[in-house]
Design a protein around this ligand. Structure first.
Ligand code: AMP
Length: 395
C-alpha cells in the first residue's frame, strides 16, 4: 500500500481506541477498540474492509491488547508503520503543539496529571504499552489543549487571585483542540480562503460540546475551561453553573465534593434536563412526541450554544463563517436550525433544504444567499493526529 502509515491511539483507563491512518487514503484501512481492559469481559473489536470482527481478550492489559492488535495492523500496513500518534488530553502550559515522545515529554505529561487525573495516566499507559512492544518506533503526543495555547490572557485567565494561576495552574485551557484545528482548516479550504487569513466560529457538538473562535488558524477563545465541564450544555455535563452551587449543595443537602462532581459530570446536561437520555437522536424523537423534558433540554441546549457563539464573536475582528461538527453538529438539522435562528444579529441565516441534506458525513454550506457562511464539516481527529505526527517525523 502506497503512502506512510500512522497508528493513532486514544487510550482510556479501561479502553484503547485505534485507527491506522494512511496519508494517501481517505478511509482508515483498519480501526477498532479494545474495551473493558483488565476485566474478564475484555474484548477487541475492529473493522477492516467494511467487515466487523471481535475477539475475547479476557483480563488483557493495555500492553496485552496492543500485542494482539498490532499484528493485525502491521499486516494491513504491509509490515511498515512509520510511527504512533497518541491523543493526550492535557498538556497544560508545557505543550503548545504536538511533540515527539521522549523522557522529557513523559515527565511533563506526568506533571500535568493533576489537571486531568483520569485521562493523562491512561494516555501514559497507552504510550508505555507501545514502548514495551516497539521501543524503537517513533511516538508522538498530540494534545487536546495545545491548539488553545494561543489564547490571550484576557481569554484564559479567571478573575481569581493571581497565586492560584501562578502556583497552581488555575486558568482556562480548553479542549477538543485537535478537532477545532482540523475543522477550521477544512472550513477555510471549503470556502477557498487561506487558513492564515480567515476567521471562524466552530461548534463541536458531540457527547462533549465546545465552541471555539479561530483567527488566522489560531484559537483565540473557547468555551471549555480548566476542565471540560465549563461552557455548553453537553450529554451528561452541566456546562456553566453558578460557582456558588457547590457551597449551596454542601450546606443545604450535605453533599460531598465527589457527590457534586458526579452530579455535574454524569447526571446533568441533556440527560439531567430531559430526565430521559443524553442521546440527541432519542431526545429529538421524544420531542416530536411532545415529551416536555426533551423539548426543554433541546431548547436550553440551543439557546446556550447560540449565546456562547455570540459571546465568542467578541474575539474575532471579522467572521468568515460558523461551522458545525461532531455527531450532533454533523447530523442534526433541528439543532443547527434552532441555534442559527437565534443568531440573526450576526447575519447567520440557514437554508432549510441545504440543512436537511447535509447529514451523515456530508460537508458543505447550509446558509441562505446574503447570509454569512454556515458550513457543516465532519471532524476527523485521527486524521489530524496523523497529520501532526507525520509533520514531526518529516522534521
Ligand atoms: P459524538 O460524541 O461526536 O460521537 O456525538 C454523539 C452525539 O451525536 C449523540 O448525542 C448522538 O445522539 C448525536 N447524533 C448522532 N447522530 C445523530 C443524528 N442523526 N441526529 C441527531 N443527533 C445525532
Amino acid at each position: 500500500m502506497a503512502g506512510r502509515h500512522i497508528l493513532v491511539i486514544n487510550a482510556g483507563s479501561s479502553s484503547l481506541k485505534f485507527a491506522l491512518v494512511n496519508e494517501q487514503q481517505e478511509q482508515f484501512p483498519i480501526q477498532g477498540l479494545a474495551e473493558r481492559l483488565g476485566s474478564n469481559e475484555a474484548m477487541l473489536h475492529w473493522q477492516q474492509d467494511g467487515e466487523k470482527h471481535s475477539r475475547t481478550i479476557s483480563n488483557a492489559t493495555h500492553t496485552e491488547a496492543l500485542a494482539q492488535l498490532l499484528p493485525l495492523v502491521e499486516a494491513v500496513a504491509g509490515g511498515k508503520i512509520s510511527g504512533v500518534g497518541h491523543r493526550v488530553v492535557h498538556g497544560g502550559e508545557d505543550f503548545t503543539a504536538a511533540c515527539l515522545i521522549d523522557s522529557k515529554a513523559l515527565t511533563a505529561i506526568n506533571a500535568n496529571t493533576p489537571l486531568a487525573p483520569l485521562h493523562n495516566p491512561a494516555n501514559l499507559q497507552g504510550i508505555a504499552a507501545v514502548t514495551a512492544l516497539y521501543p524503537d518506533l517513533p511516538q508522538v503526543a498530540v494534545f487536546d489543549t495545545a491548539f488553545h495555547q494561543t489564547m490571550p490572557a484576557k481569554a484564559y485567565r479567571y478573575a481569581l487571585p493571581e497565586a492560584l494561576y501562578r502556583e497552581h495552574g488555575v486558568r482556562r485551557y480548553g479542549f477538543h483542540g485537535t478537532s477545532h484545528q482540523y475543522v477550521s482548516t477544512q472550513a477555510a479550504k471549503l470556502a477557498d480562503l487561506a487558513t492564515n487569513n480567515s476567521s471562524w466560529l466552530i461548534a463541536h457538538l458531540g457527547n462533549g460540546c465546545s465552541t471555539c473562535a479561530v483567527l488566522n488558524g489560531h484559537s483565540v477563545d473557547t468555551s471549555m475551561g480548566m476542565t471540560p465541564l465549563e461552557g455548553l450544555v453537553m450529554g451528561t455535563r452541566s456546562g456553566d453553573v453558578d460557582p456558588n452551587l457547590h457551597g449551596h449543595l454542601a450546606r443545604t443537602l450535605g453533599w460531598s465534593l465527589s457527590d457534586i462532581d458526579r452530579m455535574l459530570n454524569q447526571d446533568s446536561g441533556l440527560l439531567g434536563l430531559s430526565g430521559l437520555s443524553n442521546d440527541m437522536r432519542q431526545l429529538e424523537a421524544a420531542r416530536s412526541d411532545g415529551h416536555p423534558g426533551a423539548t426543554l433540554a433541546i431548547d436550553v441546549f440551543c439557546y446556550r450554544l447560540a449565546k456562547s457563539l455570540a459571546a465568542l464573536s467578541c474575539a474575532l475582528p471579522d467572521l468568515d463563517g460558523l461551522v458545525f461538527t461532531g455527531g450532533i453538529g454533523e447530523n442534526s438539522e433541528l439543532i443547527r436550525a434552532k441555534t442559527v435562528a437565534q443568531l440573526g444579529l450576526l447575519n447567520l441565516h440557514i437554508n432549510n433544504d441545504a440543512n436537511a441534506n447535509c447529514v451523515r458525513g456530508k460537508s458543505g454550506p447550509i446558509h441562505q444567499s446574503g447570509s454569512r457562511r454556515i458550513l457543516v464539516v465532519p471532524t476527523n481527529e485521527e486524521r489530524q493526529i496523523a497529520i501532526e505526527a507525520l509533520a514531526l517525523l518529516n522534521e
